[in-house]
Design a protein around this ligand. Sequence first.
Ligand SMILES: Cc1cc2nc3c(=O)[nH]c(=O)nc-3n(C[C@H](O)[C@H](O)[C@H](O)COP(=O)(O)OP(=O)(O)OC[C@H]3O[C@@H](n4cnc5c(N)ncnc54)[C@H](O)[C@@H]3O)c2cc1C
Length: 487
Amino acid sequence: MKQHVAIIGAGVAGLATAARLAVKGYSVSIYEQNSKPGGKLGLLKLNGYTWDTGPSLFTQPHLLQQLFTDCGKDIGNYLHYKILAINTRYFYEDGTLLISYKNRLQLGPEIKAKLDIDPDDLFKFLDEIKEMYAHIGSIFLNQPIHSLCTWWGKPIVTALRKVKLPYLFSSMHQYHVRSLRHPKLVQLFDRFATYNGSNPYSAPAVLCMIAHLEMNEGAYYPAGGMISIADALYNLCKDLGVSFHFDTLVQKIEKCKHSVTGITTANGTIPADIVVSNSDVYFTYKNLLGDGKKAQKIKQQERSSSAVIFYWGINRSLKQLGLHNIFFAEDYKAEFNAIFNTHQVYHDPTVYVNITCKMEASHAPDGCENWFVLVNTPDERYITSEDITAIRKNIIDKLTRILGKNIEPYITNEEVLSPDLIAKQTSSYLGALYGTASNNKIAAFLRHSNVSSAYRNLFFAGGTVHPGGGIPLCLRSAKLVADAIEK
Ligand SMILES: Cc1cc2nc3c(=O)[nH]c(=O)nc-3n(C[C@H](O)[C@H](O)[C@H](O)COP(=O)(O)OP(=O)(O)OC[C@H]3O[C@@H](n4cnc5c(N)ncnc54)[C@H](O)[C@@H]3O)c2cc1C
């Protein structure tokens, strides 16, 4: 008899876990409260415009490639993607536009021309974070760090040898100042803290390695947009025989002593030999397991930042913009202080504008553009509808100032995603984008394990558990869960 695995949630990690288990011969069912797969990876179509609603940056496609290979499938039959020549265009208040080229032969002259500094310091730093990632990152991200076995053996000894004290005792920002010196470059690299929803002024310097993924390995664009990643995973699962139950809220995980025995939905109880929760770990304990004590413990960990996103139909094309564009706050420290400490809307936010029609003309009507405009914010408790009006005005003021033209009259279509909607649509506690923040030295170690310590056949996959949020880490968490189940 095949063992039955019930997976709660069809986010990236839920789908990837399902595929990995189905190919190993388990009978896998996914229960998803929404009517479609993907979780935070969503799609919005309106009046000829198409927007990806959640993630917009795709890195480390080799993890997806590996998943398909491990499942005996050719990814080329499911997903196409290409590397970007330009990672991001960075706009500063003083009018500087710095283009982050993938290729160092182009990046070097750009740094020299725009910042008037020798790019060698930057290249030295990029080599350092590459090594940091190879030795420390890969151990931490690919291993079950809550298991004692991980902490024995040669790789961990090598990794520990590579840890320099400043990696732990300096903040990302301090380390960037020391290594990169130029304020504009420091700000550019500080921004990578937001890739896991953290604050560069308090996150440990070891997180400087996040930049390696984009700056050394490169950013990619999946044909069709980010939704193609969810579609590819969904089609892979279907081809491997995973059964899907959409519009099905899981209300409870059934348990008996030290085992879980199934899940309960409005249609009754479904027995399962193994349960994997891709739901936010806080809600898994609070609502599904009814373990208020454990939920309370998880609640105490600081959440990652949330965001307000405007999906704008723009009735013209702006040539100076590309796929990924950043308009930096003048005082970055004050902006992070507002997000994480005083929980306020900051008047001069860093604005991220993603325009996929630059890659795919069909995403906007002729001569128009589909702007995805995001600012990081405190969580849902602190963002009111008046705040969203204020954020919209702050964004328009900023873009108008830097682009030198009033963009408000160009906006012909608008939809908004706010922290409360992020929380509601994907059951993400407080609307956090990436689970818990990494704003102190031990935060990463406090992130919940992929394996339950109370129930022998309960597992956790997704952005709120080890190794963390973002698509690449969710894919890794799926592998860790599948490996743990096999063990
Ligand atoms: C606006 C935004 C921008 C982002 N940008 C990026 C980016 O550029 N690059 C990047 O890599 N990452 C980005 N992220 C983060 C990334 O989207 C997430 O880390 C990742 O998608 C989370 O996947 P997950 O597997 O944890 O599941 P989620 O996407 O959190 O999905 C969980 C699923 O479980 C379902 N569920 C929960 N509880 C239940 C229940 N009780 N019963 C049934 N179903 C349930 C939910 O409906 C949901 O579908 C962004 C996120 C957001 C919101």
